[in-house]
Design a protein around this ligand. Sequence first.
Ligand code: DLL
Length: 433
Amino acid sequence: MGKFYDEEMETLPADKLRALQSERLVKQVKRVWDNVPYYRKKMEAKGVTPDDIKGIEDLHKLPFMTKDDLRDAYPYGLLACDRKDVVRIHSTSGTTGKRVVAFYTQNDIDLWDNCCARALTAAGADEGDIVQVSYGYGLFTGGMGLHGGSTKLGCMTVPISSGNTERQIQFMTDLEASILCCTPSYAAYLAESINEQGMRDKIKLKAGIFGAEAWTEEMRADIEKKLGIKAYDIYGLTELSGPGVAYECEAQKGMHINEDHFIAEIINPKTQEVIPDNEKGELVFTSLTKEAFPLLRYRTKDLCVLNREKCSCGRTFVRMHKPMGRSDDMLIIRGVNVFPSQIETVLLKEGMPPNYQIIVDRVNNTDTFDINVEMTEDMFSDRMSKISEKEGHLMAALKTMLGIQAKVHLVAPKTIERSEGKAVRVIDKRKLY
Ligand code: DLL
C-alpha cells in the first residue's frame, strides 16, 4: 500500500461512497436549480425537478451538458454563485472561437488543490519533495493546479512554467528537484535534452506527473528510462476544475477518479445511453462539490473505459483507462486544444475558401502543425511574394485564434485530396491512441 493524502476518503467502501455521492448530488441539483436559470430551463424542458433526484440512481433523469451549452451561456450564464464570491477563472478555447471560462470560489480552489495533492501523494510525493511545475501558468489550468496541490502538500514548489529548456535543466539540477510536472511531450523533450547535455547523473528526479494530452505506454517507458523516474498519468479538464479529476497510483494501471467530487458515467455517444463498466464509450462527469461552476452530466467527448476492480494500492475510487480517443474532432497539439472549426472560422474571415487540411505529426517529441489551404483561382495567379505575404497574415490570425503557431502553406486550387467529394480535414500521424 502506498501513501495517501486523504486516506479515509480515498479508501471509502463502495456503499459509503455511493451514499456520499447521493447526498452531494441531491444538494448540487437543488443549488443549480435555485441559482442558475439556464439549468432550470434545461431541466424543465426534460420534465425534471429537484424533487425527482433522490440519489445517484436518479442521475440518468438529468439532461446532459455539452460545450455548446457553455458557449450559449458564455460568459456568466452558468455561474452558480455571487460574482463577488469568485476568486479566479481559468479558460481554454471553445469550438467556434468563444472561450470556455470556468469560475472558482476559494472553496473550489481548496478542493481542487486537495485533488492535486492526492495525485502528487499517489506519485510518492511528501513535504520533503521539491516539485518543479513546468506546466504553463495563466489561463491554462496545468500550472496553477499542480502548484496548488504541491503547496498544499507542503512541498518546495518551483513555479517555473513551461519553456526555456536551459533554465529548466539548470533549476532541476541546482535545486535538486525530485518531482517534475509537465505535459508528456515536454517531459520527453526535456529528457532528450538532459541526456544530450550529459546531465543525466546530475538530476535527482524520482517521479513525473504528466497529462493534459494523450501519450502512449511506449512514451512512458521511454521517459522513465531516460530520466530514471516513475512517470504517472494525470487527467482533468478546465470545465471540471483542471488536472486532478483523476490520477494514477503506484500500480500505474488506470487513473483513480476523485469520486467524492465527481460522478463518472460512460455513455454511448450516438444513443446517449449509459453503458456498463469495462465497455468503451464517452466519459461524462457530474461535479458534486463545485460552487461557482458546477456541471451536471457534462459530456467530455473523451472516449474511455471505467474499471471497478479492486486496485492493489488500496484506493476504492473507480479507475479510468487512459483516454482512447475523442468522440468529436478536437485535437490536442503541443498541449493546446484545437478544433478544425476554429481554423475554418479564421480562413473564412480572411476571405479564403474553407478548403484546408491539417497535418499533425510528432518529430523529436515535438508536435508539428501544418495547414494546407487551397487558394482561389484568382490568388493562384498572384506573384509569389503576395502569396507568401498572405501565408504570413494567415499564420498570425491563426496564432491569435488558437494560441499556438501553425505553418500555413497555400496550395493550388483543387489539390487537397477529397474522398467522396469531402475533404479529409485532419491527418494525424502521431498514432497516440
Ligand atoms: O488539460 C487539464 C490538465 C492539465 C490535465 C494538466 C492534466 C494535466 P483542458 O485544457 O481543458 O484541461 O483539456 C482537457 O485534455 O478532455 C482530454 O481530451 C485531454 N486530456 C487531459 N488529460 C489527459 C490525459 C487540461 N492524461 C482535455 N491523457 C481532456 C489524455 C488528456 N488526454
